[in-house]
Design a protein around this ligand. Structure first.
Ligand SMILES: Nc1ncnc2c1ncn2[C@@H]1O[C@H](COP(=O)(O)OP(=O)(O)OP(=O)(O)O)[C@@H](O)[C@H]1O
Ligand SMILES: Cc1ncc(COP(=O)(O)O)c(N)n1
Length: 267
């Protein structure tokens, strides 16, 4: 049977991030994707409005129907937006506790759109994070989850990853994409061991969707039965290729190129 993965996330109509990034990434990595859409985001850098939330009933129905009909070998959550969607997602994921679960704590998009309401952070911490096999915050999300300033150095990232581990996920991966004057370095902590994933920093602004693509590639690796360290290593190569060959559409921030690893032989 083909490996399968479920993404519960928002729709990013410009195609770079969210459900679109997840499904493209699953497909590139030979994983059959199923999805539950939590909100429709119709923004770009100019129009920042345009978030249309789905009801909790719609989210639940999508998860139940796709899981009953197809099933999944790994699960991922991205943009969840409201406290009530987080709560219904936690209830559902509690029923699939034997399946690896990647939680990308999406809060603010690269184009500045708020993708998680402030009042929903507490339930993300209390109800969802303890269910996760791995959480993948960027620096800003790390600061928000810890209620302190975002890490600005590698040393601060090392301290923060240990503190985040106390929130109850099995593993924490902090992404240092926004770390100034460093290569693109990410830190994985499993409660005992710290593993560093490093790539050269690519000089581009067209990184919309990088975080979603990275966590979707980790999910795909877990769906294929890889151990977590390898899944993160493969995903790091995949997202680096996607950033190296990023797409500009001649208007503001362009997109991560989800097909780059295949198109440019960098798998
Ligand atoms: N300019 C870059 N060159 C190479 N790798 C990068 C670059 N920017 C980000 N990365 C890598 O891409 C992955 C996604 O990280 P990033 O920090 O961009 O997450 P994000 O969730 O997209 O953050 P943001 O809030 O900026 O959207 C990480 O592996 C990170 O190290
Ligand atoms: C629906 C949705 N989900 C997630 C992101 C974050 O992606 P990024 O921070 O890489 O732009 C986004 N922009 N839109």
């Amino acid at each position: 049977m083909i490996p399968r993965a479920l993404s519960i996330a928002g729709s990013a109509s410009q195609g770079s991030a969210g459900i679109q990034a997840d499904l493209k990434t699953f497909e590139e990595l030979d994983v059959y994707g199923i999805s539950a859409v939590t909100a429709l985001v119709a923004n770009n850098e100019v129009t920042e409005k345009g978030v249309f939330t789905q009801s909790t009933e719609a989210v639940e129905a999508q998860v139940r129907s796709s899981m009953e009909h197809v099933g999944a070998d790994a699960l991922k959550t991205g943009m969840l937006f409201t406290d009530s969607i987080i709560k219904v997602t936690a209830e559902l994921l509690n029923q699939y506790s034997n399946i690896p679960y990647v939680l990308d704590p999406v809060m603010i998009g690269k184009m500045g759109t708020q993708l998680l309401k402030d009042e929903a952070i507490e339930s993300m911490k209390n109800e969802l994070i303890p269910l996760a096999t791995i959480i993948t915050p960027n620096l800003q999300e790390t600061g928000k989850l810890l209620d302190e300033k975002a890490p600005e150095t590698l040393e601060e990232m090392e301290n923060a990853v240990k503190k985040l581990y106390e929130l109850g996920a099995d593993n924490v991966l902090i992404k240092g994409g926004a770390l100034k004057d460093y290569p693109a370095v990410d830190l994985l902590f499993d409660g005992e061991m710290m593993t560093e994933y490093r790539s050269e920093r690519i000089d581009t602004i067209h990184t919309s969707g990088a975080g979603c693509t990275y966590s979707a590639a980790i999910t795909a690796g877990l769906a294929k039965g890889m151990d977590l360290e390898n899944a993160v290593g493969e995903a790091k190569r995949f997202v680096t290729a996607a950033i190296r060959h990023a797409l500009s559409f001649d208007r503001g921030i362009g997109s991560t190129n989800h097909a780059a690893a295949r198109l440019f032989g960098e798998k």
